[in-house]
Design a binder for this molecule. Structure first.
Ligand code: BES
Ligand code: ZN
Ligand code: ZN
Length: 469
């Protein structure tokens, strides 16, 4: 999908279709025909009038969600035809919702379809009567953001046979090349030498070598320093605490946090953000085998803390523990440290599949992150820590357990586990994003397709943009 913006009267713009977003059909010339077709100006309603070359879409409120969903529905209709282009009037809409809705809505993952439709690239022309510099900039930024989301989606959707830690590392190198970022890739030897025994253990039974990925973007005019850490489980079988068959399918999506971090890093230079940003990903495959780490093992993490393994399926937190330590040992004077992970099924149970769980110690920061997420078109909600759940991960034989001794509050106890690997100076700078719900959904939702959604990318880029505004 190619999206353009031009300063021109829409009537004079040449396109195969005109897309019209409506919240009422009362004053429309096509009122009668729309009524006869049963069209109502409601969210997700769409109708094509082939004769007059119009696509009508409903929206109930002029907000990001409704507008993005509406334009996505229209663009999907265009994609289903043999026609190539459509035009839409910017009118009173936010260009961000139109651009992101159309690029995200047009995304389709076809890598594994043997019969590739030879689709011509479709074009959407946004028409405005005044194309200011600010509007052009917002348009450009929205395009970069939407492309970063789609990049993330494709990484996540790629199968574990085609996307294992070394492939993820190659992807990082590619992104680094494209955006002139620094890139460091560390293998298992490095993990061993640097006491990253928790991460190392998780990947031990895999035939694929674990990789620690570190991308950095260091603009000369940096005003802040932000570190993003992602869980990159290219496959999570559960390990010896093996997942039941039904729960194992979709676990290629367990690299969503790491993929979001890579997606974000692919956009930061294009967005020209005056922020030093580090993207760190623990790319690991959790498998079974004679060499697998076991329930009962005690692992020593990079900061010296000992972890009693009671369930090898709670592996993401082990990988993140070492990656968080790596980040803080190697990067000083951090302003913010965020981690992204499909960490717990409990988060999906608690918040539903569309919403990310936001955890941490800094109330204001969490509130800000949630509001930046909602503004960017992602759903997020805070989950509160408390002193009693903190006790639930105590261990009789080591410093902590990798699972809690209670069935309840699983996302929060996972967050509290990670807190053990956040150094004192950084406690108030840390936010944990549990994206297990929205990262991968097995049905279409709004402008999101079946499968990966790219959760985390838009909210973080919006947070970063606002940080330096
Ligand atoms: N990757 C899973 C969490 C997950 C579940 C992500 C569903 C997406 C959808 C994680 O590694 C895991 O298995 N967590 C366990 C933790 C438990 C053993 C304490 C879980 O949530 O069941
Ligand atoms: Zn797991
Ligand atoms: Zn996992």
């Amino acid at each position: 999908m190619k999206v353009n913006i031009i300063e021109k009267d829409i009537k004079k713009v040449d396109a195969d279709f005109e897309i019209i977003l409506v919240n009422s059909i009362e004053k429309l010339d096509d009122k009668e025909i729309l009524e006869n077709l049963g069209f109502e100006a409601k969210d997700e309603a769409v109708v094509v009038l082939p004769e007059s070359k119009k696509i009508y879409v409903g929206y109930e409120e002029n907000c990001y969600d409704a507008v993005a969903i509406a334009i996505a529905a229209a663009v999907k209709k265009l994609k289903a035809t043999k026609f190539k282009s459509a035009k839409v009037s910017l009118a009173k809409f936010d260009v961000k919702a139109l651009v992101e809705g159309s690029i995200l809505g047009a995304y389709k993952f076809t890598k594994y379809k043997s019969e590739k439709k030879k689709e011509k690239k479709k074009e959407l022309i946004i028409c405005t009567d005044k194309l200011t510099k600010e509007l052009q900039q917002r348009f450009d930024e929205s395009t970069f953001i939407a492309k970063a989301v789609n990049k993330t989606r494709s990484m996540v959707n790629t199968t574990p046979a085609d996307f294992y830690p070394a492939v993820m590392a190659d992807m990082a190198k590619e992104i680094a090349k494209e955006s002139e970022l620094e890139v460091k890739i560390k293998g298992e030897e490095y993990l061993l030498e640097n006491g990253m025994n928790a991460m190392l253990s998780v990947g031990r039974a895999s035939i694929h070598e674990s990789k620690l990925i570190h991308l950095s973007y260091k603009p000369k005019n940096a005003k802040k320093k932000v570190v993003l850490v992602g869980k990159g489980l290219t496959y999570d079988s559960g390990g010896l605490s093996l997942k039941p068959a039904d729960y194992m399918v979709t676990m290629k999506s367990d690299k969503s946090g790491g993929s979001a971090v890579l997606g974000i890093m692919s956009a930061v230079a294009k967005l020209n953000l005056p922020i030093e940003i580090h993207g760190i990903v623990g790319a690991v495959e959790n498998m079974i085998g004679g060499d697998a780490y076991k329930p009962d093992d005690v692992l020593v993490a990079k900061n010296g803390k000992t972890i009693e393994v009671r369930n090898t399926d709670a592996e993401g937190r082990l990988v993140l523990a070492d990656c968080l330590c790596y980040a803080q040992d190697n990067i000083k004077d951090i302003d913010y440290i965020f981690d992204y992970a499909t960490l717990t099924g409990a988060c999906v149970v608690g918040l539903g599949e569309y919403t990310s769980g936001i955890m941490g110690h800094n109330q204001n920061l969490k509130t800000d992150v949630v509001s930046k997420a909602l503004e960017a078109g992602e759903y997020a909600s805070t989950l509160p820590f408390n002193r009693f759940l903190k006790k639930a991960i105590k261990s009789e034989i080591a410093d902590i357990c990798n699972i809690a001794n209670t069935r309840y509050g699983g996302s929060i106890t996972a967050g509290l586990f990670l807190e053990n690997f956040i150094y004192e100076d950084n406690k108030d700078k840390w936010v944990h994003f549990d994206i297990a719900g929205p990262a991968f959904v097995e049905k279409e939702w709004g402008y999101n397709p079946y499968g990966a959604s790219g959760a985390g990318v838009r909210m973080t880029l919006n947070f970063l943009q606002a940080l330096v505004k």
